[in-house]
Write a protein that binds this ligand. Structure first.
Ligand code: NAP
Ligand code: ZN
Ligand code: ZN
Length: 348
């Protein structure tokens, strides 16, 4: 077994604290990754505090992982020791069902194996995430990372990046499209970068007036305060796509109203309470609400290659491991610019 240092939550109400555990020895298709950076997703906070129900403890969160391969199993083809590597939100799936055969493992009929807060395929071991020094993972769920990009800025691509790239691509965002992004946090700021890179005219919808300049610096063409009823009224039936990356409780209606004929509301945010939807707003303009969960293994590699080609990384605030509880509190106050990333050297 492989000893690992980590930070874990022991219960929904306990702060994250130092924790040690062991990872499995390498199976033939496994790689061992020395973790350099680990991004902090709002889903980490939702799960550590059991906001979605069913959380498993002890829990080592973290599913935006970048590091270096230090060892490979005997059958590994994709990687050699010394290669840069990324691990995202899932680490396994059944591999046999239709979604798995189509490399959409996040929709596995038996349920994907999440990187943490999930049982491994053996249904006994609890998977543990990236707030740790090392991780063992089957090579199918490990990605190549370009050495041209800033590694701390790459870590958030493994969740915030793929979760916004995948639905924007599925919605066919292209030049001439008007796209709005709601919620300027980790996911929202990546959505702005991708929608701009795909050629759309992009509007940021935010509850925080202080983020206006940053939104424009990120590439958004317009910034609108979502609490400004008059400004929102002017945008009714205006957009082809609205991407909802809001973490807190809210109704879909204020964003639905903004959609033009056959417009799509792309839902990625996962608040605790189910949002309200008016069927009248839905049938008007033949609007559509479309949910999306991360992205499959092939699409994740495609997104990472797209980022390397277009020089896209997340805007990050690098923190030491022991700052994590303060980082969670700041995330709840919408005070993140725009992703916390843990420098794992602080734990070694
Ligand atoms: P984050 O960095 O905390 O950003 C969330 C942003 O939402 C905030 O910065 C704030 O932006 C806005 N917001 C928060 N509460 C709000 C409210 N009540 N009403 C309106 N706006 C509000 O979070 P994140 O890491 O980007 O994650 C966003 C959500 O996506 C989370 O719920 C997370 O669990 C979920 N998620 C889903 C997937 C998936 O596969 N679908 C993957 C990863 C994460 P402003 O200050 O601009 O208003
Ligand atoms: Zn995430
Ligand atoms: Zn499957």
């Amino acid at each position: 077994m492989i000893p690992v240092k980590a930070y874990a939550a022991q219960s929904p109400s306990s702060a994250l604290a130092p924790f040690q555990f062991e990872r499995r020895d390498l199976k033939e298709h496994d790689v061992l990754v020395d973790i350099l950076f680990s991004g902090v997703c709002h889903s980490d906070l939702h799960q550590a505090r059991d906001e979605w129900g069913g959380s498993m403890y002890p829990m080592v969160p973290g599913h935006e992982i970048v590091g270096k391969i230090i060892k490979t199993g005997v059958q590994v083809k994709k990687f050699s020791p010394g290669d840069l590597a990324g691990v995202g939100v899932m680490v396994d799936s059944c591999r046999e069902c239709r979604p798995c055969k189509n490399y959409m493992e996040q929709y596995c009929a038996e349920g994907m194996t999440g990187t943490y807060n999930n049982y491994e395929r053996d249904r006994v071991t609890i998977a543990q995430g990236g707030y740790s020094t090392r991780i063992v993972c089957d090579e199918r769920w490990v990605y190549h990372i370009s050495d041209k990009l800033d590694l701390a800025g790459v870590a958030p691509l493994l969740c915030a990046g793929i979760t916004t790239y995948s639905p924007l691509k599925y919605a066919g965002v292209r030049p001439g499209h008007k796209v709005a992004v709601a919620g300027l946090g980790g996911l929202g700021h990546m959505a702005v970068k991708f929608a701009v890179a795909m050629g759309a005219e992009v509007t940021m919808l935010s509850t925080s007036p202080s983020k206006a300049n940053d939104a424009l610096k990120l590439g958004a063409h317009h910034f609108v305060l979502s609490k400004d009823a008059a400004a929102m009224k002017k945008l009714e039936s205006h957009f082809d796509v609205v991407l909802d990356a809001v973490s807190g409780n809210h109704d879909y209606e204020i964003y639905l109203k903004l959609l033009d004929v056959q417009g799509k509301l792309l839902v990625v945010g996962l608040p605790k309470e189910a949002p309200r939807v008016s069927p009248f707003e839905l049938i008007k303009n033949r609007r559509c609400i479309l949910g999306s969960m991360i992205g499959g293994t092939l699409e994740t590699q495609e997104m990472l290659d797209f980022c390397a080609e277009k020089n896209i990384v997340a805007d990050v605030e690098v923190i030491p491991m022991h700052y994590i509880n303060e980082a969670y509190e700041r995330m709840l106050k919408n005070d993140v610019k725009y992703r916390f990333v843990i420098d794992m050297a602080s734990l070694k």
